[in-house]
Design a binder for this molecule. Structure first.
Ligand SMILES: [Zn+2]
Length: 267
């Protein structure tokens, strides 16, 4: 959390209001949030656009980009009062954009525009915009890997945007057991996987993301997402398809839900 749909919802909420405004100044309050910046450039430019790759939110200026990784609990708040979790504030002409992060796994990276593309190349294709050719490359790489599918899709190196909640949802929809070794998946499994990924991510973006009962995620102007009402396996008790009791295990310390009847382990 937040994953692709939440970051995309934040992007869509901010864009019409903040793009075009000039950044008058900013303040990073927390050295941990600032851990990847060697210096803090003076940015005195208009915001040209807000983009996204995977879970990264990117403010694009002429000479600089500000990359936000929201980590586990980061959020972007517009014109909200500074609180003890406010790690950075950006002062635009009309609006103040705060980066709040309770658990401090998130970070802000301010980089020269010329370095942005190289930086973004280090993460895999965005699963909402992945092309046929890129997905074929993901499949080819998987043939040489013995990783578990759940680890593989959470590793932002191969593809980007999927986090723990949507990984559970996508594997359930694709009837793939989360402990399946990726080199045993066939082309039909992958076809299902990519189709379900796009469908589930589109729906979640339409619903403004998932706000769980911990209220960690909400939108920049305070609204909640509604995709929690559409989850089929994450934190559920009974299977949506067959009503069998859902198993909960931990893979790499991440809560993993599956139905042993609908998602059979083949290997
Ligand atoms: Zn089931």
């Amino acid at each position: 959390m937040p994953e692709l749909p939440e970051v995309e919802s934040i992007r869509r909420s901010l864009s019409p209001n903040i793009i075009g405004q000039k950044l008058q100044g900013y303040k990073i309050n927390d050295h941990r949030t600032n851990r990847f910046n060697t210096k803090n450039p003076k940015i005195n430019e208009s915001l040209l656009g807000i983009s996204r790759k995977g879970k990264l939110l990117i403010f694009d200026f002429e000479e600089y980009s500000i990359i936000f990784h929201l980590g586990m609990s980061g959020r972007i708040q517009v014109n909200d009062k500074k609180n003890k979790h406010t790690r950075a504030s950006f002062y635009f002409d009309k609006d103040q954009v705060n980066f709040d992060d309770i658990r401090r796994f998130g970070f802000i990276n301010i980089i020269n525009s010329e370095l942005k593309n190289n930086y973004l190349k280090k993460i895999g294709p965005d699963v909402l915009n992945i092309t046929k050719e890129q997905s074929r490359m993901v499949i080819n790489k998987s043939k040489k890997s013995k990783s578990l599918i759940k680890d593989y899709i959470l590793n932002q190196k191969y593809m980007s945007g999927i986090g723990n909640i949507y990984a559970n949802e996508i594997l359930f929809a694709s009837r793939i057991h989360p402990k399946t070794k990726v080199n045993t998946l066939n082309n039909n499994n992958w076809k299902d996987f990519f189709n379900n990924t796009k469908r589930i991510m589109h729906l979640a973006v339409k619903n403004n993301g998932t706000t769980l009962s911990d209220m960690t995620y909400f939108l920049p102007y305070g609204e909640f997402g509604s995709n929690q009402n559409f989850l089929k396996i994450y934190s559920k008790i009974n299977c949506f398809n067959c009503e069998h009791i859902i198993d909960k295990i931990y893979i790499n310390q991440r809560a993993t839900y599956f139905c042993r009847k609908c998602q059979k382990l083949k290997n």
